[in-house]
Structure formats: C-alpha cells, structure tokens
Design a protein. Sequence first.
Length: 213
Amino acid sequence: MMTLDDIHPAPAVAVSRVLKTLAALGGGVVTADAFVALPTALAGQDGVEELANQSRGLFNMESPEPEVFPLQIAFNLVPHGAMGDVPSYEGRLAETTAKLAARAAFSVVWAPLFFGAAAALHTRTEQALDVQALRDALGHRDGITLMEAELPAGTPTPATDAQGSEAVFVSRLRVEGVLARLWLVFDPIQMEAAQLVAAVENWIDKPASSMLT
C-alpha cells in the first residue's frame, strides 16, 4: 500500500516504466544512462516566473539576476547538481530506479521549459532486442504512449504532449543488437501528483483500527 513516504520522483518513474519492458525482452538490463531535462515548474511558481522574467529581460537587452536558479535559466541549461542538494537528486533517482526496475545512472539539468520534462535513455541489455517486439510491448504497456511517425511533427515534446498527462510518451526507438536508445517525454508534476492522490486515497481507505497501531 502506497504511503506519503513512497512518492517517487517522476524521472525515476518514467525511466523505470521503460526499463521494465526492456528487461523483460532483453533478459535483463546491463547498463542504463538517462539524460533528463527538467522544467522550471518543478522549482515552484518562483521558478516559472524567473524563466519568464529572464526571457523578457534578455529580449529587452537586460540581464536579470538569478534568484531561484544558481545561473541564468532563460535560453540556457543548468546542471541540477549546481544547486548543492544533499543527497544529490541524481543519486535519489538512481536509487529509486534500482528499486523499481533496474540500475540506472542519471544526468539532470534544469532546462528553459515551463512545464513538461524529457529524457534521452540509452541502455544495454543481456540479449539482443527485436525492435518490432519492443514496439509491440511498449504499445501495450499501461502508462506508456508510443508515438512514432515519419514526420518530425509526430515526435512528442514537453511543450506539445506532456503537460497534464500521467503517461510517458516514448519515441525515436533505435535498436542495435543489445543497445537501445529511446526518447521519453513526461509531465513530472502530474506524475507526482497522481502518486500523492493515490497515497491519500490509500490513507483514507485504511481501516481506523490499523491507523492506531
């Protein structure tokens, strides 16, 4: 039963959903590396406003001082670790993903995005993967929306697809034997909010007698 202490960070949840499928088809995951771009919304309303204000300021030839982020976030990428969180956010993602699916390493940056996140996932499995079997498996997995199209406009992006959805949008499947590269898009705020709602519902449904023990 999920509790409030079990709310997992969204990037770990998104990557774990895909890793479970890869592990099932490839006899296990040997290595996994994810490069994650987070939106300013994860830093709260102040983060969103800082991106908006800096963007306007730069167009007006101004240089607003950063407050929420350690460096300019508008038209820039800022390593998450630069914020000095201890233990590191990347370490927490790795620990959570290992618990949910398989071991993975993360590199995380703050991106000039208001909402929606993206991840480039590179993996190596024990056995060679069949790309069509992978497409079929991802297409039938709950919590994943497979989007593949010939035109670039059919590729999911944080701004056009992720916001307000609990699904992980997967695209750009590239498989070479045991190597697989995938593009993931998701809404971290929506995913973590859904977990929070589930935890609260579990708490409400919990028998009164068990809450006293």
